[in-house]
Design a protein around this ligand. Structure first.
Ligand SMILES: [Zn+2]
Ligand SMILES: [Zn+2]
Length: 179
């Protein structure tokens, strides 16, 4: 099985990579390969919204990927949006190669609360598994405990578990066998 590429966009604290490494190992049985940090493309920066356009970051990363089928997760600490939504926690295409996850709105500080390392770590795991789940062909799941259920608010992220339900797990296992 090929390793999952991890690409920081900008500077990240080391616990972020460690957390992703462990989650990917536990849930997907995959090792990670940490690539050099990439820069956020200028065209992704929306000055008036003070946000980063997720699709533009993805477009910038795709040509930089090594040849082959290895999936990549891009991690960043900036607030992401797509034009039709106020914000997104992350982005991925179903069956695509790249998943994008932002830490910005997973942090308690964003909501005026004291920083909580355990909370942000748990949320990060859920969002990374969710977005990578899409790259493995999973769509949104009606089971609200499943990590593939939709989360539009941080409360939704907290409500769901970091596990794939039985149905999602079997689709995932099939995809992992051919990875
Ligand atoms: Zn999703
Ligand atoms: Zn599910």
């Amino acid at each position: 099985m090929s390793a999952l590429l991890v690409i920081p966009a900008g500077t990240l604290e080391s616990w972020v990579i460690d957390t992703v490494k462990q989650a990917v190992h536990v849930r997907f049985g995959m090792e990670i390969q940490l690539l050099d940090p990439t820069t956020i493309p200028e065209e992704a920066k929306n000055e008036s919204r003070r946000q980063i356009e997720a699709t533009q970051v993805m477009r910038g990363v795709l040509p930089e990927l090594p040849a082959g089928k290895q999936r990549a997760v891009v991690l960043l600490d900036e607030d992401l949006f797509i034009p039709m939504l106020t914000f997104v926690f992350g982005l991925a295409q179903v069956g695509g190669r790249v998943a994008l996850v932002s830490l910005a709105r997973l942090r308690q500080e964003y909501y005026g609360l004291p920083a909580n390392p355990d909370v942000v770590r748990t949320r990060l795991v859920k969002e990374v598994l969710h977005e990578l789940g899409h790259t493995f062909g999973l769509v949104h799941c009606p089971d609200i405990r499943c990590v593939m259920s939709v989360a539009n608010t941080v409360q939704h992220v907290d409500q769901k578990s970091s596990e794939f339900c039985g149905g999602c797990r079997s689709v995932l296992d099939d995809a992992l066998r051919t990875t």
